[in-house]
Write a protein that binds this ligand. Structure first.
Ligand SMILES: *Cc1c(COP(=O)(O)O)cnc(C)c1O
Length: 344
């Protein structure tokens, strides 16, 4: 039983998704042949961009090869050595690398510490400021306070970049993610990044923003311009996944599984980190203990990876449990029973 994947809605194996990919390959072949700016710009890429922008509540969207490429290219395009970037200490590696490549002055604030961020902005805010945060944090499963960040962005005339790779398909009434949950999607200062590699079950990524911002990124995002376009079959499959997502039942099933897991784990007194997302980390502490627990679970038939430093801070080695809409209640109960035995 796989409690390790980010394929939260089971779309990597959904028949509609597989059919869309297969039909696209049979009609147009597999690879895209070149960058979008040369000859790789298939119509389905635009159709997917329009579908994503409409679903997520933004004016426009831009596809990129992967989330890693999206974040590296985005921060490089938005910032230069005259820019100040303000980054949550636990941001994903792709945002850390993008900040480095941009040559901006980077300030890191304590995880989710809006007051610390405000103090940094007052002390260091230059004429061009960009706030940068994961939406759902990938190793902790907790969430940025988007409203607080957007308030600070307004006060300091900054842009706000939210990477909600793990929120899409998980949070929000129709699975639109953290910004949908908070009702702030589409705000003029907000640029949102998402990936197809998590709940959409595929590969590829996207950036959302105003028409003006996306038009500019289309001309300037080096990781899109100088890289082979996403294959049409990947876009066709993702478009199919997006349609199934919008039907809502898989999102509701996932949200029920999350609630059920958390309620039962709390009743058992397991040392879960506070999370209402599909990422449910269980802190074990020492590296060896986390590895041993992961191995014991594996021997019982559960795939639950141990995540250790330097991916997470020293002394917080953990089991990173991820839930899926495809898990049955009985599977969740048997995992909880095994956790009770192995992580006491
Ligand atoms: C997975 C992830 C990425 C990278 O996305 P890929 O499409 O897998 O390259 C970026 N940011 C966050 C927060 C992620 O969890």
């Amino acid at each position: 039983m796989n409690f390790a994947a980010n394929d939260y809605l089971g779309f990597s194996h959904h028949p509609e998704v597989i059919r869309a990919a297969t039909e696209s390959i049979e009609a147009d072949g597999f690879g895209s042949g070149a960058s979008r700016l040369v000859s790789g710009d298939a119509p389905v890429l635009h159709e997917l961009e329009e579908g994503l922008a409409a679903f997520k509540g933004y004016e426009a969207a831009l596809l990129v090869g992967s989330g890693m490429l999206a974040n590296i290219g985005l921060l490089d395009a938005l910032a230069d050595r005259h820019t100040h970037l303000f980054c949550d200490r636990l941001n994903h590696a792709s945002l850390v690398d993008g900040a480095r490549l941009s040559r901006a002055t980077t300030h890191r604030y304590g995880h989710l510490d809006a007051m610390g961020l405000e103090a940094l902005l007052q002390r260091h805010g230059g004429s061009r400021n960009v706030l940068v945060s994961d939406g759902v944090f990938s190793m902790d499963g907790d969430c940025a306070d988007v409203a607080a960040l957007l308030g600070l962005a307004d006060a300091h005339e900054a842009l706000l970049v939210i990477d909600d790779a793990h929120g899409l398909g998980v949070l929000g009434e129709s699975g639109g993610g953290l910004t949908q949950e908070t009702g702030l999607q589409g705000h003029a200062r907000l640029i949102e990044v998402g990936t197809f590699g998590k709940a959409l079950g595929g590969y590829g990524a996207f950036i959302l923003g105003t028409n003006e911002m996306i038009a500019e990124l289309r001309q300037r995002l080096r990781t899109m311009i100088y890289s082979t376009a996403l294959p049409a079959c990947a876009a066709a499959a993702t478009l199919a996944a997006l349609k199934v997502l919008q039907q809502g039942d898989r999102v509701r099933a996932l949200q029920m599984n999350i609630r059920s897991f958390v309620e039962q784990a709390e009743a058992m007194g397991l040392n879960l980190m506070p999370s209402r997302t599909a990422i449910q980390p269980l802190v074990v502490g020492e590296d060896e203990a986390a590895l041993a627990a992961s191995q014991a679970l594996r021997d019982e038939g559960f795939f639950v990876p141990a995540i250790r430093p330097p991916t997470v801070p020293e002394g917080t080695a953990r089991l990173r449990i991820t839930l899926s809409a495809m898990h049955e209640e009985a599977q969740i109960e048997s995992l909880l029973a095994a956790l009770g035995r192995e992580v006491a």
